[in-house]
Design a binder for this molecule. Structure first.
Ligand SMILES: C[S@@+](CC[C@H](N)C(=O)[O-])C[C@H]1O[C@@H](n2cnc3c(N)ncnc32)[C@H](O)[C@@H]1O
Length: 288
């Protein structure tokens, strides 16, 4: 029997689920538990300051939740002219817009699995002004989203909508080491804990059509679109049969991230990897 995969947006589809996710994040995420992981989100500022120092720029935060990681970055960068925060959960995008500083601000709902939704956010409006001033460069962040969504179509779509001087800064979780399966199994205990179960039970309760009574089980499986890529999945079991994947988090190796960048039409400018090799941040631009 085929296993139904819930869209990642379903995990944050109600403010109560977004609040439960935030609790999970606050108490389980390596971002809070390990300073080396937090540092990943300030380290790019030196390179970015050098790249952005000559002209005004706009800042676009995709899948930003409440904008915590973006705030660490923006604190050390010149103030952007325009800030656009976008998430499937509009209430979180609005909180992010309030938190981050910029001359002008917009918060929008976006579906990062939909090319037309991405296009609406990233295609600059046609200017009717007579001024010949070039449009400002855009710094686009995409933190913590690639583990949840199919990475290649998303990166390709973003690359397609980037102007040559735009920058894309993204983060992803990694499978430490060279063997993806083994690396993913090593980090599995970070997910299988009571708070994450409570969040996902909440997701299961809100799923329609209703799920048959069952239980959650975590494991490591191949990604259906890229079998060499490992995914940590929380599956809903009814008896001994999995019926739904409630949650999944991709764990690429460093080599796999390198190949995503190459095949999606991007070029790497810099990368920062935390010492345990479980998370990294990449600064990229569109391939010339
Ligand atoms: C794991 S959280 C990461 C949040 C934050 N950027 C961070 O790194 O802490 C994933 C984020 O992506 C958003 N998201 C999930 N599916 C989405 C979709 N299809 N379109 C837009 N945002 C989505 C969620 O609402 C959530 O804010």
């Amino acid at each position: 029997m085929a296993i139904n995969h819930l869209p990642a947006a379903a995990l944050y589809s109600h403010p109560s689920l977004a609040r439960l996710w935030k609790k999970v994040h606050l108490s389980c995420s390596p971002f809070y538990r390990r300073p080396a992981v937090r540092r990943l989100y300030t380290q790019p500022t030196t390179v970015l300051r050098a790249l952005l120092r000559h002209a005004p720029y706009n800042f676009i935060a995709l899948g930003c939740a409440e904008g915590l990681k973006e705030s660490l970055l923006l604190r050390k960068l010149p103030k952007p002219t325009l800030l656009l925060t976008a998430d499937t959960c509009l209430s979180m995008a609005k909180i992010a817009a309030r938190k981050l500083s910029a001359r002008d601000k917009i918060a929008r709902q976006i579906d990062l699995t939909s090319p037309s939704s991405i296009s609406r956010i990233l295609t600059p409006p046609i200017s009717h002004s007579k001024s010949k001033a070039p449009s400002p460069a855009r710094l686009i962040t995409l933190y913590g989203v690639l583990p949840n969504l199919d990475p290649l179509p998303l990166l390709r779509c973003l690359a397609k909508h980037m102007a040559p001087k735009d920058l894309l800064l993204f983060s992803t979780n990694l499978a430490p080491g060279e063997n993806g399966r083994r690396g993913a199994r090593r980090v599995l205990p970070q997910y299988d804990n009571p708070l994450t179960h409570k969040w996902l039970q909440g997701v299961a309760l809100r799923t329609r059509p209703r799920l048959s009574p069952g239980f959650i089980h975590f494991g490591v499986y191949p990604d259906p679109n890229q079998s060499s890529l490992s995914r940590i999945e929380a599956r809903w079991f009814v008896g001994n049969k999995p019926t739904h994947t409630l949650f999944s988090s991709r764990r690429p190796t460093l080599y796999q991230v390198k190949s995503w960048i190459q095949t999606s039409g991007l070029t790497r400018i810099h990368q920062w990897i935390e010492p345990k090799g479980e998370e990294g941040v990449w600064l990229t631009t569109r391939k010339a």
